[in-house]
Write a protein that binds this ligand. Sequence first.
Ligand SMILES: Nc1ncnc2c1ncn2[C@@H]1O[C@H](COP(=O)(O)OP(=O)(O)O)[C@@H](O)[C@H]1O
Ligand SMILES: [Mg+2]
Length: 249
Amino acid sequence: MVAALSIRQLKKSFGPTEVIRGVDLEIAEGETHAVIGPNGAGKSTFFNLLSGALLPTSGDIQLKGRSIVGLSPTRVLNLGLARSFQTSNVFTNLSVFENLRCACFNQARAGYQFWRSAMTVRRANRRAEEVLALVGLEDLRAAPAGSLPYASQRALEIGITIAPDTGVVLLDEPTAGMSNAETGRATELIRRIAEHRTLVIVEHDMGVVFKLADRISVLVYGEIIATGEPAAIRADPRVKEAYLGQDAA
Ligand SMILES: Nc1ncnc2c1ncn2[C@@H]1O[C@H](COP(=O)(O)OP(=O)(O)O)[C@@H](O)[C@H]1O
Ligand SMILES: [Mg+2]
């Protein structure tokens, strides 16, 4: 079977600094893959390369067997890969529902249409309703996005990311800044999202990682030092030394 994502010898430099240093990774269709690693390891940069926000210095990225290097984020989205952002990217003055509707339209418009047919509007409305229920924000549908409590705002961001219903979704630190109870609810939401798609998640909370991930990659200074199933990663001495040990200390 063709991998959902196949990454070969991926490199990215900013000026003289090589931030991604030859990453090789295959992610299977339907897999939930966690990327962990210390601050500044290059996790968000890696996601920016995958989503088309940044152009790699060298190497290849294939989405379902097709190279996406050099394509715009909109094109990559349209080919089936969506990413969330670590920081808010919601329209704060628009309602929760309007934000979700806009996210549905973005996908529809990326599909080379000059105008929105009534059909497209209906489809976007229906999809926005679905996503609203999925992320559990029905009670807040009319609230301006900027007025939401923090955890609900993060849930809305996840909703915006999955609204176009792509086969591959990248979530960058979706539980950052949440309380334990909020993290628990977010984990259940992410689990529901992962059921029907390929999910790549950057996550600092090891509890969340070990609950959700089929496999884990450990990124340290721009290199993947280990990839494997959670039990193997937990037991890997290099990982303990480079990352997990540091967490326990
Ligand atoms: N646009 C940029 N220009 C220059 N340096 C960058 C840029 N983006 C990220 N970096 C640097 O790349 C390194 C990795 O950053 P990042 O990918 O955000 O790490 P992580 O998400 O793992 O914390 C950091 O040293 C950061 O300062
Ligand atoms: Mg980051």
